[in-house]
Design a protein around this ligand. Structure first.
Ligand code: UDP
Length: 229
């Protein structure tokens, strides 16, 4: 289960979709699929709308969260297009039904698609406000029986402080869930981490845009930071 943040889709911009970035992501996923790895993807929506940010501006939080969830579906369709252009079969499944553009989320059907070599892209998060797409990625990973949750980020792992602000920040090779929670390390939100912890789902945090990184992560090579029991 690969979690792609919406932020990554925007490249250097605050909003929107950078075709070069999505193309690069699709190239890497296509390579993994050709190696025979079953790949499911949860796509975030931070490049479109974040419910929490909109609600700070005065919007009702739940409605703003639905906007955020709809934004993730736009990213899903972009990724689907770039993958299909590379000859990879895909299905988008959404937690909010919109049958003209995607299948509804049906876990057993998702597993069947994966077995057939199709990439399944999950959109609209969990379909409920007040959750994140990281939590969705953890839940979907568990429900479809994924071996690991691969969390692609802008940095090459988990650090004890922000490496962009502190040149002495130290990177962890391995962490257990409790350390992440207690030290409030910037891996994923606490709901997502707790879900992984309760179910022993390993998380790999790695630099999404590094050349060959997605392939290394899905092959199970040592990369970034591993969070596991
Ligand atoms: N969201 C939600 N429920 C979910 C998943 C997402 O309400 O189950 C909303 C929430 O407003 C969030 C937005 O969708 O801010 C975009 O998702 P997220 O912030 O997780 O995207 P990312 O940070 O991965 O780009």
């Amino acid at each position: 289960m690969l979690k792609l943040s919406g932020e990554a889709f925007a490249g250097g911009e605050a909003q929107g979709i950078d075709p070069a970035v999505v193309g690069h992501l699709a190239d890497s996923i296509a390579e993994a699929v050709r190696e025979g790895v079953q790949v499911a993807v949860v796509v975030g929506g931070g490049n479109m709308f974040r419910g929490a940010t909109l609600s700070e501006g005065g919007m009702d939080r739940a409605r703003a969260d639905y906007m955020g969830m709809l934004g993730t579906v736009i990213n899903c369709l972009a990724l689907q297009d770039f993958l299909e252009k590379r000859g990879v079969e895909t299905r988008v499944q959404t937690a909010i039904t919109m049958q003209q553009v995607a299948e509804p989320f049906l876990p057993r059907r998702a597993i069947r698609h994966l077995e057939k070599g199709r990439v399944v892209i999950f959109g609209a998060g969990l379909g409920t406000p007040y959750f994140s797409t990281d939590t969705c990625a953890a839940q979907r990973a568990l429900e479809i029986g994924a071996e690991a949750l691969l969390k692609g980020t802008q940095v090459d792992g988990v650090y004890d402080s922000d490496p962009r602000k502190n040149p002495d920040a130290v990177r962890f090779d391995h962490l257990d869930y409790a350390e992440v929670l207690v030290r409030d390390l910037a891996v994923m939100d606490q709901t997502a981490i707790s879900l992984c912890r309760e179910n022993d789902l390993p998380i790999v945090v790695f630099d999404l845009m590094g050349e060959g990184n997605i392939l290394r992560a899905v092959r199970g090579e040592k990369i970034g930071t591993l969070v596991s029991p």
